[in-house]
Write a protein that binds this ligand. Structure first.
Ligand code: WTA
Length: 654
């Protein structure tokens, strides 16, 4: 496939990093995972290893078989009955953690809410009852489109309590994206809010919801959380205020006992086609994987305050704000707004104020902090922090080192965690008390996980670059794509044999057996740690009246890691201009969401295509990155790229 970026190309750009950082002695002593033989034990019998974690959860009925089937059909804890909400809330609220703080929330304007596990239990019971009163129950899909407020967590857990399958849609997505996801899942209800705060501005979520709901006949009920005094229209019969439902709702609400392999949630993620995939997660296996990795990777103890800065609209928010930490009985921090509001030290002030001990964020955020200057974290007391994590994209060694020094005070280990929406749980990561880290490397597979590097033909690459591959299974792996079994098999289980999972990432393994993830090898662009399909952006571009044809590529970006650059040819009657470029960029923002908005739109009379009509993105990438053009012999019209290259160079020189 000449049009794809090969892992080898990525290899060239990777900095060789040879420093290693041993776990600090003080950390090793009390670490949750402290026995180095666990890697061998888990490898010898991964199923028993995972069963050990499942045994720490509360099951209504124990499983008959720990694992059944292979490849795409593999299922965990078959025959077991379990409820995720009971595990995340009830069992703590009924025990010693009843008065422990479950959740600390800060609104962007500065409000603080603290709930104990007992309080959280009250909330999820009442909201579960409210949902049941509206006729919702096991197997119904419920969309959640919310700002980062405590009610978002309540909404997820209340769905889990009654067996409804939640589908959280990131609050930064457009109404069209929301509509598509509601449609695909056939959601019966939507939980949203009047609005939310972002950088001091109102995000009118209910208005966006109403736009989406104009064409979603499956939605019967809309539940609206009153976040502020935001104006919003309520439709009689369909729309309900959350607080009114809660007033009338009963406590307790009996939990629905789910089969281990009943879906807990659907979460949409971008792929290589224009249509996002609804990744379906199980109940028992998912919870076991999220719980196990939370305990071991984040080393959580009862006095920890854990802050994962992701949004609940992403898998990181699902596994490491909600399900993993709450199943582990942790204290979680949730923040509504932007890291630079009101000032660029908001995160560090929060760490200081709330006594955060374990902090998990994304490389794109770390690069922004670096750029803002050392004085912001250096001016705050970060001495309570004891462990740091990153996720979402490869972290460049400079950002790793900065994070280590300025946030971690050179005393906190850093866990660089590789995983995906589909994997549900962290798969490649250091265990902070056991593994010496190298800046930029996600190090080793989690115990019980069989990760490797394969070449195109499926031959193992002991040292060097190739494709990341995972063999065997792990409990939190996805059950499949909602409504599209074939796409599931084709995308993930068909590159080599049917038992080897292909995540779509290139990677390299060094002499010590450490993994270095190089990024996507398919038509997915990782912008600020978020997956954006090139096809999705291209369809949004050609949806603009002026655009005849479009192609997008990812180019290195200082903060975002990768930024999107669009090439567009115009329909007759339209002339290139800065205003038009701005309008086209804005159009993509409206169609998908601000994260998909291209950095720039370059106009071209024609796009370089193969004789079979396929756009050669590789050449566009060469042009955008100012490289000598690669092989152009398969082009239908080689003159096209030369013209484009000249034009690009002229514009870049402006
Ligand atoms: C990338 C986010 C390098 C990778 C949890 C993967 C990473 C995609 C890392 C999944 C990491 C995630 N190092 N790359 N530590 N973590 N990625 O589904 O390309 O939003 O395939 O899940 O992010 O993104 P997703």
């Amino acid at each position: 496939m000449p049009d794809k970026k090969t892992p080898a190309e990525g290899l060239d750009s990777l900095l060789e990093e040879n420093r290693t950082f041993d776990p600090p002695p003080g950390f090793v002593e009390g670490a949750v995972a402290s026995d180095p033989t666990i890697y061998e034990t888990a490898k010898a019998d991964p199923v028993s290893f995972w069963e050990g974690f499942a045994n720490e959860l509360e099951w209504a009925e124990r499983w008959d078989k720990p694992v059944e089937g292979e490849g795409p059909d593999m299922r965990w804890f078959v025959g077991g009955k379990i409820n995720a909400c009971v595990n995340c809330v009830d069992r703590h609220a009924a025990g010693e953690r009843a008065h422990k703080t479950a959740l600390i929330w800060e609104g962007e304007p500065g409000e603080e809410v603290r709930w104990t596990y007992a309080e959280l239990a009250k909330q999820v019971n009442k909201f579960g009852s409210a949902l049941r009163t509206l006729g919702l129950g096991k197997g119904d899909r419920v969309a959640i489109y919310m700002p980062m407020v405590p009610e978002a967590v309540v909404a997820m857990l209340a769905c889990a309590r009654i067996g409804a399958i939640h589908s959280v849609v990131f609050g930064g997505f457009s109404s069209e994206s929301l509509r598509d996801r509601i449609e695909d899942a056939g959601a019966k209800a939507l939980i949203t809010s009047d609005g939310g705060w972002r950088r001091g501005k109102e995000v009118p979520l209910k208005r966006f919801s109403d736009e989406a709901l104009a064409d979603t006949p499956t939605i019967e009920h809309v539940i609206v959380v009153k976040r502020g005094e935001f104006a919003c229209a309520m439709q009689d019969g369909r729309d309900h205020w959350y607080h009114e439902l809660m007033e009338a709702a009963e406590n307790p609400c009996s939990p629905e006992m789910m089969d281990s392999n009943d879906p807990l949630f659907i979460l949409y993620t971008s792929g290589t086609t224009g249509k996002p995939k609804g990744i379906v997660h199980s109940t028992g296996g998912y919870l076991t994987g999220a719980y196990a990795t939370t305990r071991w990777v984040f080393d959580l103890k009862d006095d920890d305050v854990f802050w994962c800065t992701a949004d609940i609209g992403w898998i990181t928010g699902h596994s490491y704000i909600v399900y993993g930490p709450l199943a582990a009985g942790a204290t979680i921090v949730i923040y509504e707004g932007a890291p630079d509001w009101p000032q660029r030290d908001r995160f560090w002030k929060m760490c200081e104020r709330l006594g955060v001990t374990v902090f998990y964020t994304a490389p794109t955020a770390i690069r922004a902090f670096m750029k803002w200057g050392d004085e912001w974290p250096d001016g705050c007391d970060l001495s309570k922090l004891r462990l740091l994590g990153t996720v979402g994209e490869p972290i460049n060694p400079e950002a790793w080192t900065w994070y280590h020094r300025h946030i971690g005070g050179e005393r906190c280990p850093i866990v660089d965690t590789w995983w995906q929406t589909e994997t549900g749980q962290i798969l490649i990561t250091p265990l902070p008390g056991l593994i010496s880290t190298k800046p930029g490397s996600a190090t080793k597979a989690f115990p019980g996980v069989d990760a490797t590097i394969l070449d195109e033909a499926g031959t193992e690459v002991p040292v060097g670059g190739g494709y990341l591959a995972i063999r065997g299974g792990w409990p939190a792996r996805t059950l499949g794509i909602w409504g599209d079994e074939q796409r599931f098999i084709d995308t993930y289980w068909s590159k080599w044999d049917r038992n080897t999972y292909f995540p779509g990432d290139g990677a390299k393994r060094d002499e010590d057996g450490f993994f270095w993830i190089l990024g996507r090898v398919d038509d997915v662009i990782n912008v600020s740690g978020h997956r954006i399909g090139t096809m999705e952006v291209e369809s949004a571009l050609v949806d603009h009246e002026a655009v005849a044809e479009a192609a997008v590529i990812g180019v290195p970006h200082e903060i975002k890691g990768t930024g999107i650059v669009a090439f567009a040819s115009l329909r007759d009657g339209f002339e290139p201009s800065d205003d038009l470029a701005a309008a086209i960029r804005a159009h993509v923002g409206e169609k998908i969401g601000a994260i998909a908005r291209p950095e720039s739109v370059l106009f071209a009379a024609d796009l370089p295509k193969t004789r079979s009509g396929k756009i050669m993105r590789r050449l566009l990438r060469d042009i955008a990155e100012g490289r000598a053009l690669g092989d152009t012999t398969t082009l239908a019209d080689p003159a096209v790229v030369e013209t484009l290259q000249k034009k690009y160079e002229a514009e870049a020189g402006d």
